[in-house]
Design a protein. Structure first.
Length: 417
C-alpha cells in the first residue's frame, strides 16, 4: 500500500510523468570575482524527488565538462571556471562563472541576473579588504560616481541603458598612498523584465437586437521566463486621455464610437510599484458606421519616434486644380484647329502670358530712357570732335616713331579737312 502511494505521488493525474525543473545554483557571497586564496560557497537548490527506495537523490557538480567528486547540496570552491549542478532526472542548472584575480583592485558584480526595476549593486574592493581612497566608478569609459573612500555603487532601479562595461579606480595606502590603480573591466547586462506590450482587437460586443455594442481590446506582453510570476497592471488611453486607470485586467471594452473619424488607442503595462512601465504602439479603430476589420487593426511600430498625443489627421477630399499649359519659346500654344481670339472675357482672370507682359512694362520704359540719355551723350561727343578739327590749309606737325625717322630734319604731315 505504501509503494502504491509513492507511485501516485510521482505520476500526475494526466498519466504522464512530470518533468522536473532545472535546479537553481547560488553563490555566497554573491560576487563573481574573488582574490586569489579566497573561497566561496556554491549551493544547488532544486526539486529532489523520492523514488521507491525512499532515499534522497544525490547532486552532481560540474566544473566545465569535468565531474567533481562531490554529491552534497553545497560545496566550497576556489578554482576559477564555469560551475553547474544537476539533480537526478532534472536538467543542468544555469552556469556561474567564477573569476580569481591577483590584482590590487577588483570590481565585484552580482552573479545573478539583474532585471529592469531591480537595484544594481557593485563593489570596488581592495586587496584583502584594504581601504580604497579617491574611488571612481566608470560606465563604458565615462565616470559615473566618486567616493572619498570605499563604498558600493548602487543603481536603485536598473534600466536597459545601464548595461555595459564597468570599471573602478582608486588609491591605497601600502603603506603610503599609491598612484591610482584600475580594476579589470566587467560586463553587466540588465535583463528585460517584460516585452513592449502590443494592443490588439480580440473581438466585438453585440448589443441587444444585434446592434454594434463595442470592441474588446487586449494589452499583450510576455514576461521573462525567470520572472513569469511577476504581477503586472494595465492602463488604457485614448489619445492622451486615460479611459481606464491601472488594473489587473489586461482587457478593455471600447464603447461604440461617437464620431465618424478614426480613434487611436494605446495601452501601458507596469509593475505594481511602477518601477518598470512600457507603452504600446498606437492602434486605430474605425469610426461610427465603418466596418471593423480585425486583420487591419494592427498598430505600426513607432520605432524611435517621439511620443505624440496629437489627434491623427483625417484625410479629406481636395478638389483638383486644372493644370496651366506651359509656354515655350515658340509662343503661346492654342488648341488644334482654333485661332487666337480677340482677347479674354472681361471677367476672366489674366493668363500667365499677360501677367508676364505686365511685369515687363516698367523695365521697357526704363530701358528707353537710358537709350535716350546715351544718344544725347554720343551727339555731344561728335560735336566736340568736330570743333577740334584744324582749318583748311592748316598744317599740324606730329612726331613719328624714332625708328621710322632719320636724324636731321623732322617729318611733317599735312591734314586737310
Amino acid at each position: 500500500m505504501w509503494e502504491l502511494t509513492v507511485l501516485l505521488l510521482l505520476v500526475p493525474s494526466s498519466g504522464q510523468a512530470a518533468t522536473p525543473e532545472k535546479p537553481i545554483l547560488s553563490l555566497h557571497p554573491p560576487w563573481t570575482t574573488i582574490f586569489k586564496g579566497e573561497k566561496v560557497t556554491l549551493r544547488c537548490d532544486g526539486y529532489h524527488p523520492l523514488l521507491l527506495e525512499l532515499r534522497p537523490i544525490s547532486t552532481l557538480w560540474y566544473l566545465g565538462h569535468l565531474l567533481l567528486p562531490s554529491y552534497k547540496k553545497s560545496i566550497e570552491v576556489h578554482t576559477p571556471g564555469v560551475y553547474r549542478c544537476q539533480t537526478r532526472g532534472a536538467p543542468v542548472s544555469d552556469p556561474i562563472h567564477l573569476s580569481v584575480s591577483n590584482d590590487w583592485l577588483i570590481l565585484q558584480v552580482p552573479y545573478a541576473a539583474v532585471f529592469e526595476g531591480e537595484p544594481l549593486v557593485m563593489r570596488c574592493r581592495g586587496w584583502y579588504d584594504k581601504t580604497v581612497y579617491k574611488l571612481h566608478y566608470y560606465h563604458d569609459g565615462q565616470p559615473v560616481r566618486y567616493f572619498h573612500s570605499s563604498a558600493n555603487y548602487t543603481v536603485p532601479q536598473a534600466r536597459a541603458s545601464d548595461s555595459g562595461r564597468y570599471q573602478c579606480s582608486g588609491t591605497m595606502r601600502i603603506p603610503v598612498e599609491s598612484a591610482p590603480m584600475f580594476s579589470a573591466k566587467v560586463a553587466v547586462t540588465v535583463q528585460e523584465l517584460f516585452q513592449e506590450p502590443v494592443l490588439r482587437v480580440i473581438g466585438r460586443v453585440e448589443a441587444r437586437g444585434g446592434a454594434f455594442g463595442g470592441v474588446v481590446l487586449r494589452c499583450e506582453t510576455r514576461l521573462h521566463p525567470q520572472k513569469r510570476d511577476t504581477p503586472l497592471q494595465f492602463a488604457f488611453y485614448k489619445y492622451s486621455r486615460p479611459v481606464r486607470r491601472y488594473d489587473w485586467d489586461a482587457e478593455y471594452t471600447v464603447p461604440e464610437p461617437e464620431v465618424e473619424e478614426l480613434e487611436s488607442y494605446w495601452c501601458e503595462a507596469a509593475t505594481a510599484t511602477r518601477s518598470v512601465r512600457k507603452r504600446s504602439p498606437w492602434l486605430q479603430l474605425p469610426g461610427r458606421g465603418s466596418p471593423l476589420d480585425l486583420a487591419s487593426t494592427t498598430a505600426p511600430d513607432p520605432g524611435n519616434q517621439p511620443l505624440s498625443f496629437r489627434k491623427p489627421p483625417v484625410s479629406r477630399s481636395v478638389p483638383s486644380v486644372p493644370s496651366v499649359p506651359n509656354v515655350t519659346s515658340a509662343g503661346p500654344q492654342f488648341p488644334a484647329g482654333g485661332a487666337p481670339t480677340a482677347g479674354p472675357p472681361a471677367c476672366a482672370p489674366p493668363t500667365p502670358l499677360q501677367q508676364t507682359a505686365g511685369a515687363l512694362k516698367p523695365d521697357v520704359a526704363l530701358l528707353l530712357r537710358e537709350m535716350q540719355l546715351l544718344q544725347g551723350l554720343l551727339s555731344r561727343v561728335v560735336l566736340e570732335l568736330k570743333e577740334t578739327q584744324p582749318l583748311p590749309g592748316h598744317t599740324v606737325e606730329t612726331p613719328t616713331s624714332h625708328s621710322a625717322v632719320s636724324q636731321g630734319t623732322p617729318e611733317t604731315t599735312t591734314v586737310e579737312s
